[in-house]
Design a protein around this ligand. Structure first.
Ligand SMILES: Nc1nc2c(ncn2[C@@H]2O[C@H](COP(=O)(O)OP(=O)(O)OP(=O)(O)O)[C@@H](O)[C@H]2O)c(=O)[nH]1
Ligand SMILES: [Mg+2]
Length: 798
């Protein structure tokens, strides 16, 4: 619904009030801008500033135009369609956030060195807690830099409802069966899942929780103070001060230790910690570094958040200890999870960051060393040689793996450098390596490059779209032949209908690519599910201590994740053979960019867009619009803007579609999980496994995998409908606009002539800014090549 005039008027007044346009403020903003880009070398700073200036000027022109338009139609009885459209589009553009943050996920097993690496990157030794002895970071921690002077942290807690649910599940795990044999009693006691549950409850409610029921605990008063807002805010002037305050909330508390402080008493309720640093020299605003533990969590809400956090990252750095990077189940699992994030989420970029490269035992290395003709003289040479070797090897292995899983033209495959070898310890000590050689500066450069890239793309799109809107204002005031136009618009309508039908067919054909791999996957899944279940149920330690963990798995509908025990996801494991088959094709359907053999979705939409734009041009010419008439250009621009929005829609749906297989299986197995979760008493573990095996057999016989296939195909079908509906809707708007010329709008629009001119100028300077950026980059590269040390960019910014 378009905003009501009165609302618009208020908004317009608030815009007039905005200090933005006042002179002294302008100065302050300018210096703010300079501050914000301190993280960048001067060449990049200039480019960013130019883009930022372009954006803020465009925003100002848009606001001015918006105000003028609103004031001119405010008292009118009816607002012409074209102006309504314009007002809404202007408002949408004005409200568009400047830049969505770029989330960079530090994803890796415990002890891999994630927190240490973040500390090094933000140049704050020991800021986030690190530990060499046990699991350290207990929850997802986001670190970003803001514009204020203080250090700030927000600790987000589970809501009341979410905690109740957690409590229910934890107490179910504790529910001790009445008659146990001695042997089972022992096994029961040793189960880690139970210990973890008791420990969490003890922390919140104190001793004796084992004997309390869910209802009793609901009535019990937590030891710590839980704020009703469910957010705790900490502030400090110094990094060290905040770090101390924050430590007990983030650091995993050890079992069996004393009660601890008041902060630790709410620790099981913590969902997410957000840390904001003051303006940072090293991490530009708009970047969020996310410390993500390698497994999810027993708590469903936290587990869901874990997944969502991985999925919202546009960059994932897989963090791996140098000693574990080759082979190792955990590393493979994490790599697979990251690749999945590329399939279902927003992740476009991935890199392997090998940590602790300083750890090298020279005699051992020399003995093992097979390559290299030169003699190694020192520890340092050995470290550097090993880094090179690891890069070569892992780059190759990773690329091959990604190629198998992702479509061949994925952006991540274009990156020549997929592997970084870093040492956070040496960054501080520099006993062996120079700062450059620790590769921490390289990671910072990677971060800056991503931000600069995003800013460039965003501002270019923004200015182009804004310019498009001004073309509309001009198109209303031109004097083409109205009669003729109506004729052509109805012709255009027929043309569009035909094209939409063609688009539908093309999408059907594109989605049809998934059917065969799906079918093959289903066959594979049918023949291997028993074996997979067997492996999941045995676990390395056999039955001992597995009873309650299995119960936890069932209570959580097949997914159990614990920081100490790792992650078990039965639904995903069982559907894995299908995913193996569909992965490359699935990725192919959603790849962005180059047109290909018809298996990708976006090129079809692009083709539709082009045919529509060509038709517009053709009609424009026949219709006597001036060849470069504003109206035609506007319509062409708007088609791009509207259809461009489809990409976001498709990206958001992608996740649902991808997950539909495991979700479908989870749904079908729900009764069987529930039945198994109820089992207590003698030989409970065996009986649970039996129920799972039988339940699964029965479901597979009744077509569980085929149903999963159908559901995925259904999701694809819905996506197609969504796309065509959206396309139809937008094209209808376009056609209305195409025929709304001459609505007597000249009166309102005459007013915004100067804004039009200014916008035209801004649009022209887009190219100039891009050229300047290129030129500066070229000059910088030249100077670097000429400089004798070749030791990276000038460090004026540190
Ligand atoms: N030698 C060496 N040790 C390192 C380096 N980076 C981290 N460590 C050590 O590795 C241990 C684990 O580091 P953390 O940063 O706590 O690891 P993490 O990945 O955050 O672990 P969790 O929080 O448990 O998930 C600590 O003892 C660190 O001092 C490094 O570059 N070199
Ligand atoms: Mg950590």
């Amino acid at each position: 619904m378009p905003p009501r005039p009165i609302v618009l008027y208020k908004l317009c007044l608030s815009l007039v009030d905005d200090d933005f346009f006042k002179e002294p403020m302008k100065k302050r903003r300018r210096s703010d801008r300079d501050q914000r880009f301190r993280a960048f070398p001067s060449v990049e700073q200039s480019t960013l500033k130019e883009y930022e200036k372009l954006e803020s000027r465009t925003r100002r022109v848009l606001s001015n135009t918006y105000q003028k338009l609103i004031q001119s139609v405010f008292l009118d009885d009816s607002i012409p369609n074209g102006v309504k459209y314009l007002i809404n589009r202007l408002l949408a553009l004005i409200e568009k956030p400047s830049l969505d943050p770029i989330y960079i996920g530090f994803f890796g097993s415990t002890g891999a060195g994630k927190s240490s690496l973040i500390n090094a990157i933000i140049q704050q030794a020991m800021f986030l807690p690190v530990s060499g002895e046990s699991i350290c970071t207990s929850c997802i921690v986001q670190v970003s830099s803001g514009c204020c002077e203080q250090y700030e942290a927000k600790i987000h807690l589970l809501s009341n409802q979410e905690w109740k649910q957690e409590l229910k599940n934890l107490t179910k795990l504790l529910h001790r069966p009445e008659q146990l044999g001695r042997e089972e009693e022992d096994a029961w006691d040793r189960d880690d899942a139970v210990e973890e549950a008791i420990w969490k409850l003890q922390m919140v409610y104190g001793n004796g929780v084992e004997r309390k029921s869910y209802e009793e605990l609901l009535r019990a008063k937590p030891k710590g103070k839980i704020p009703t807002s469910r957010v705790i805010t900490l502030k400090a002037e110094e990094a060290g001060e905040l770090s101390l305050k924050l430590d007990p909330y983030i650091r995993t508390q050890r079992r069996g230790w004393d009660e601890g402080s008041a902060e630790t008493q709410i620790w099981p309720l913590i969902k997410l910690v957000e840390v904001t640093l003051p303006k940072s020299e090293l991490i530009p605003e708009g970047i969020v570094l996310v410390d993500i533990p390698g497994t999810g969590d027993f708590n469903s809400k936290r587990d869901e958040m874990w997944r969502k956090t991985i999925d919202k990252c546009s960059v994932i750095w897989l963090i791996s200890d140098i000693e574990r990077v080759s082979g190792g189940r955990a590393h493979e699992d994490l790599l697979n999870e990251s690749i999945k994030a590329c399939q279902r989420g927003f992740c476009r970029d991935m890199a392997l960051v090998v940590t602790k490269t300083d750890k090298l035992h020279l005699p051992e290395y020399l003995r093992e060393r097979k390559v290299g003709s030169q003699a190694i003289q020192s520890q340092r040479e050995a470290v550097l040689e090993r880094n090179e070797m690891i890069k070569l090897q892992r780059n190759k292995v990773l690329k091959e793996k990604l190629k198998r899983k992702l479509p061949t033209d994925s952006r991540v495959l274009e990156d020549s450098e997929l592997v970084y070898t870093v040492s956070a310890q040496e960054y501080w000590q520099q006993a062996l390596l120079t700062e450059e050689e620790t590769e921490i500066p390289k990671l910072r450069e990677y971060i800056r490059r991503r931000l600069l890239d995003k800013k460039r793309r965003m501002v270019t799109k923004y200015v182009t779209e804004a310019f498009g809107l001004f073309l509309l204002t001009d198109s209303f005031s031109c004097t083409d032949n109205l009669q003729n136009e109506h004729l052509h618009v109805s012709g255009l309508r027929r043309f569009v209908e035909e094209k939409i039908q063609l688009l539908e067919k093309a999408i059907d054909q594109c989605f049809a690519h998934i059917v065969q791999p799906l079918q093959e996957g289903v066959q594979n899944a049918r023949s291997s599910y028993r074996q997979i279940l067997g492996v999941c149920l045995v676990r390395s330690r056999g039955n001992q201590g597995f009873h309650q963990t299995l119960k936890a798995v069932c209570l959580k509908n097949g997914i159990y994740a614990s920081r100490t025990l790792g992650r078990i996801d039965l639904n995903e494991a069982i559907t894995q053979p299908i995913y193996e088959q569909i992965d490359p094709v699935f990725g192919g359907i959603f790849r962005s960019g180059k047109p290909s053999d018809g298996s990708a979705l976006m090129p079809h939409i692009d083709a539709f867009k082009r045919s529509l734009q060509e038709k517009m041009t053709e009609i424009g010419i026949r219709n006597g619009w001036k060849y470069d008439s504003y109206k035609k250009s506007f319509l062409i621009q708007e088609i791009s803007a509207i259809l461009g929005g489809l990409e976001g829609h498709i990206l958001r749906k992608k996740r649902r579609i991808y997950e539909s297989l495991s979700t479908s299986v989870q749904n079908d197995l729900k009764p069987c999980y529930e039945e198994a979760a109820q089992i207590t008493g003698k030989k409970a573990c065996e009986r649970m496994k039996d129920v799972l095996r039988r339940g699964l057999d029965q479901q597979v016989d009744e077509g569980m995998f085929e149903r999963a296939q159908e559901r995925m195909q259904h999701q694809f079908h819905q996506l197609k409908n969504g796309i065509t509906e959206k396309v139809k809707g937008s094209v209808t708007t376009m056609l209305t606009l195409a025929s709304s010329q001459g609505d007597g709008l000249y009166k309102e629009l005459a007013d915004v002539k100067s804004e039009c001119k200014e916008m035209e100028k801004l649009h022209r300077s887009l190219r100039e800014v891009a050229e300047n950026a290129l030129l500066r980059r070229g000059m910088q590269d030249f100077l670097l090549r000429m400089s004798p040390s070749k030791s990276g960019p000038p460090k004026t910014w540190i």
